[in-house]
Ligand binder design. Structure first.
Ligand code: TXA
Ligand code: MG
Length: 536
């Protein structure tokens, strides 16, 4: 098919260019037209044969309904069966503009438009060219975005030409689209109005007119398996560039630290304007960080740009979800298949008595690449020869706890420190702050690179190390199992094993404060237990 491309600068309804575009529509053909959101692929909404051509040209699934575009509020009555007062208030506030309302449908609208639903989507665009073409055609126009299904919505005429040339009768060139993401879709056919697709008219703006408006969970989350989409369009895989996009949440500094630590894993950055020079990757930008309208304007174009560059793995900055940012995030999260990278690693503190199998659990938890920090080893490090902690201990417990080389006589210190409660407290008051400081410093390094940390700490709670953890795990096992494990591991008698366990009774009580309690009994499959817990 020969596609006529008509550039329209003058937008009087009577202008020859506008009339030519309208002629195609009156003849039952398709015309791609600019709107303030994205380009639309229009057909006479009352003509089911013309509407069928839209689905053919786009390769669009038949069960995804279209939006009907009008040029005057009064036309709503020829399309909707009922027009609630709320709809009129919304129209007064935001029409013409990037807002679509779902209302009960009149029979005049063919099933092809509404995909068999009892409701219909209606919008009055503000773009002067769209407005003029609708008026000149003399009928409401059904129009989805003018892209091949599964591709990004077109925000410039060249995008439409790329996708639709030869497939449709006419493409109207009206320059770049202002908003760049599709209209806000709100349904008024539920008891509480519901935001189905966020756009340039924000949730806050809807609530200012309507009172409470619910946000459909599918706006920022993947649709749960088997769930029915409130808006059929949400169930389809939307456009994502050929590259895998991973979103790095956090501040720019955190983003940068992540990129630096994982530089081999990406070939492009999708970032905000002005950040390019600081990021050590080739960059594509998507607007300014503080201005979501510039982000929406650029988003789809930036996807097409990444594809043209052949990008494979993209580290993307996370925009704010506020205001128009909700619409930006809705499109971006889908394009990224909801892949988020943790800027900051998590610190998981693990405690458990002797023989509970704490170390096995730590190793299992670290399988996904987490680093293990052993608090006992740190305790030994801070009492190394010449350390300030050692000097304090000598002062408190007698200088003879150091041998002639200045090394700590651990047994002697233990015999003095564990003689009574007060002495024990004196010991921990001296050592704990240094242990915590060293563990914290080490953990922080990993965490800043996005690496998770497993902190293996027998005295997690009594030492106060739990304070530096994001979550805590207590590993337990029945006493007889623990006794057996200790006897085997340390080649000690049953009596000795029981004695050790009894010495830890108080510590075990503290451990019960942990966020997670893992039963590591005799035949426990610890990987399976972790998989089934919320630890992963
Ligand atoms: O900005 C826009 O809205 C653009 C321009 C061209 O106006 N159009 C557009 O159309 O984005 P389309 O077809 O790509 O998206 C229409 C969305 C789909 O997600 C569809 O499922 C939803 O609106 N929709 C249409 N009728 C509906 C209905 N009766 N109930 C629920 N959702 C509906
Ligand atoms: Mg679309």
């Amino acid at each position: 098919m020969n596609t006529e491309i008509i550039r329209i600068d003058k937008t009087e309804e009577q202008s020859a260019d506008v009339q030519r575009a309208a002629e195609h529509l009156k003849n039952g053909e398709l015309a791609a037209i600019p709107t303030e959101t994205v380009y639309g692929l229009a057909a006479n909404a009352f003509d089911s044969e013309a509407v069928k051509k839209i689905f053919e040209a786009k390769g669009r699934p038949q069960d995804n309904p279209l939006i009907v575009h009008i040029a005057d509020v009064s036309e709503i009555c020829s399309i909707a069966r009922e027009v609630p007062e709320k709809a009129l208030r919304l129209a007064a506030a935001y029409w013409p503009g990037p807002l679509t309302m779902i209302l009960p449908k009149k029979d005049t609208i063919p099933d092809e438009v509404s995909a068999g639903l009892d409701t219909v989507a209606i919008r009055m665009p503000s773009h002067p060219v769209a407005n003029a073409v609708i008026r000149a055609a003399g009928v409401p126009l059904a129009a989805p975005s003018a892209n091949i299904s599964g591709f990004p919505s077109p925000t410039a005429v060249q995008h439409v030409i790329d996708d639709m040339n030869g497939r449709i009768a006419c493409i109207v060139d009206g320059g770049d689209c202002e908003f760049g993401i599709e209209s806000t879709v709100v349904t008024l056919s539920t008891p509480v109005p519901r935001l189905l697709r966020p756009g340039a008219v924000t949730h806050e703006q809807l609530e200012a007119v309507l009172g409470r408006v619910d946000i459909d969970p599918a706006v920022l989350n993947p649709l749960a398996k088997g769930a029915v989409a409130a808006s059929p369009g949400m169930k389809y895989k939307h456009y994502s560039p050929d590259a895998k996009i991973s979103i790095v949440k956090g501040s720019f500094e955190e983003y940068l630290a992540y990129v630096n630590a994982h530089i081999d894993e990406a070939d492009y950055a999708l970032c905000f304007e002005g950040e390019e020079d600081l990021i050590p990757l080739p960059c594509v930008t998507m607007g300014r960080q503080d201005d979501p309208l510039t982000q929406s304007h650029r988003l789809f174009d930036s996807f097409r740009e990444l594809d043209a560059l052949g990008a494979k793995n993209v580290f993307c900055r996370a925009p704010s979800e506020k205001g128009v940012g909700l619409g930006v995030c809705n499109r971006l999260y889908r394009a990224a298949a909801f892949t988020f990278l943790n800027v900051k690693g998590k610190i998981t503190g693990v405690c458990g008595g002797s023989g509970s199998g704490k170390s096995t659990v730590c190793a299992a938890l670290a399988k996904n690449g987490a680093a293990i920090i052993d608090a006992d080893k740190t305790a030994r490090e801070i009492t190394r020869k010449g350390s300030p902690v050692l000097a304090k201990l000598a002062e408190a417990f007698g200088s003879d706890i150091l041998d002639e080389n200045g090394e700590l006589r651990r047994r002697l210190l233990a015999s003095r420190a564990f003689a009574d409660r007060e002495k024990t407290k004196l010991l921990t008051d001296i050592t704990n702050p240094a242990i915590i400081a060293l563990c914290r410093e080490r953990a922080q390094k990993y965490v800043n690179e996005g690496t998770d940390v497993i902190l293996d700490a027998p005295l997690l709670f009594s030492s106060g190390l739990n304070e530096i953890c994001d979550r805590t795990v207590f590993v337990t096992a029945p006493e007889d199992v623990r006794v057996k494990r200790i006897m085997k591991r340390d080649s000690v008698s049953e009596e000795e094993a029981v004695k050790r366990i009894n010495a830890q009774t108080e510590e075990m009580k503290l451990n019960e404060k942990a966020d997670f309690i893992l039963e590591n009994g005799e035949n426990a499959d610890i990987d399976e237990i972790i998989r089934n817990s919320e630890l992963q």
